[in-house]
Design a binder for this molecule. Structure first.
Ligand code: TXA
Ligand code: MG
Length: 321
């Protein structure tokens, strides 16, 4: 079992000696290592069972620090940084030689962000290197939004779990790229497409899938998956009527119902219909359904507004066999 606590100095000692520490962020917990220490980075890939072709995001405390590891921090990067950092936005920037190729899986571009969590920002300030940190879950499984989730799945693989409470946003950062001049969203996440455009005036194109998108090699189709089969439907009530299985767990949103299913097998992401509340509950509720005595999980698509699109993206990938 890993030690869990709020001691950033202890976390720093572990990271300085090349060990892995789980860190809280506003999106999900990360499995962090010194990004400049190749062996430490390798151990992150291994702990997650993650293929080496799937690159890692680097976490920094400031734009000044990012500039020491990248070239051409452009006006558009400055605009996005001012609007959204610290926060759930990741940008692809041209890396310099200080960033090991291992981190970017050989790409000349590195994914960077400044997370919005007080403990992790204080920890980053204690370190003289950025942290490479993928989400702290075994590859392909549901991302963790509490220290306990990390402990349950990767407790033996980390030296220390920094406990920053429940992640407030609850889904991963939005990843954007503008490296080939065209502004692209590579992964939907904690900042909606609408918010991106409203705050910057920039129109982004979505390019989300791996096959059509060599810039995000890690955006594999199947992802964020519970162990149980998950079905995503436009109409849960109709699905239940046509497939009346007693051991079905349901994931609802807003005022939707799942009549015929016992109440203790139904979870509602946000009875009041808030996309933000739904995002914050998503992974926790998927875990709860995964550990219930059910054979099948049925989730209903959310309306596409705000974070609904990012949540549907996660549910769709979770439903792929
Ligand atoms: O919210 C988040 O972004 C969380 C927290 C811990 O910061 N991190 C996270 O990391 O979601 P991960 O490794 O689970 O997902 C990172 C995604 C992957 O799809 C990966 O392929 C993509 O970012 N990515 C990372 N570096 C990249 C690069 N250089 N070029 C293209 N895609 C990259
Ligand atoms: Mg992940």
């Amino acid at each position: 079992m890993a030690e869990t606590g709020i001691d950033i100095h202890k976390a720093a000692v572990c990271l300085n000696s090349g060990k892995i520490v789980a860190i809280p962020t506003e999106t999900v917990y990360g499995l962090a290592a010194n990004a400049l220490n190749r062996e430490a980075v390798v151990s992150v890939f291994e702990a997650k069972n993650r293929p080496f072709f799937d690159p890692l995001i680097l976490h920094f405390h400031s734009v000044e620090q990012i500039k020491a590891y990248t070239n051409n921090f452009s006006p558009i990067a400055t605009l996005l940084a001012g609007a959204f950092w610290p926060g759930p936005l990741t940008m692809l920037l041209e890396k310099n030689d200080k960033v090991p190729d291992l981190v970017t899986a050989g790409s000349p571009y590195v994914a960077v962000r400044i997370p919005n969590h007080p403990l992790t920002l204080s920890l980053l300030q204690l370190l003289d290197f950025p942290l490479a940190a993928p989400s702290a879950n075994p590859f392909g499984y549901i991302s963790p939004t509490t220290a306990r989730h990390v402990e349950e799945q990767l407790g033996e693989k980390v030296s220390y779990i920094l406990d920053g409470g429940k992640s407030k946003v609850g889904i991963e950062s939005t990843i954007v790229s503008f490296v080939n001049t065209e502004p692209l969203i590579l992964r939907l996440g904690g900042i909606s497409e609408k918010e991106l455009t409203e705050k910057t005036g920039i129109e982004f194109t979505k390019k989300l899938h791996q096959n059509s998108n060599p810039q995000a090699p890690g955006q594999l189709d199947k992802h964020y998956s519970p162990r149980k089969t998950l079905v995503l439907t436009n109409d849960i009530q109709n699905f239940i009527l046509k497939n009346p299985l007693p051991k079905t767990g349901c994931l609802l949103f807003g005022n939707k119902k799942a009549e015929g299913i016992p109440n203790n097998q139904i979870l509602n992401l946000s009875p009041v219909g808030s996309d933000r509340e739904a995002a914050a509950n998503l992974y926790e509720y998927l875990r709860m359904l995964d550990s219930m005595d059910v054979n099948l999980i049925v989730a209903e698509k959310l309306p596409e507004y705000g974070l609904g699109a990012a949540i549907n993206d996660r549910l769709l990938r979770a439903s792929i066999k």
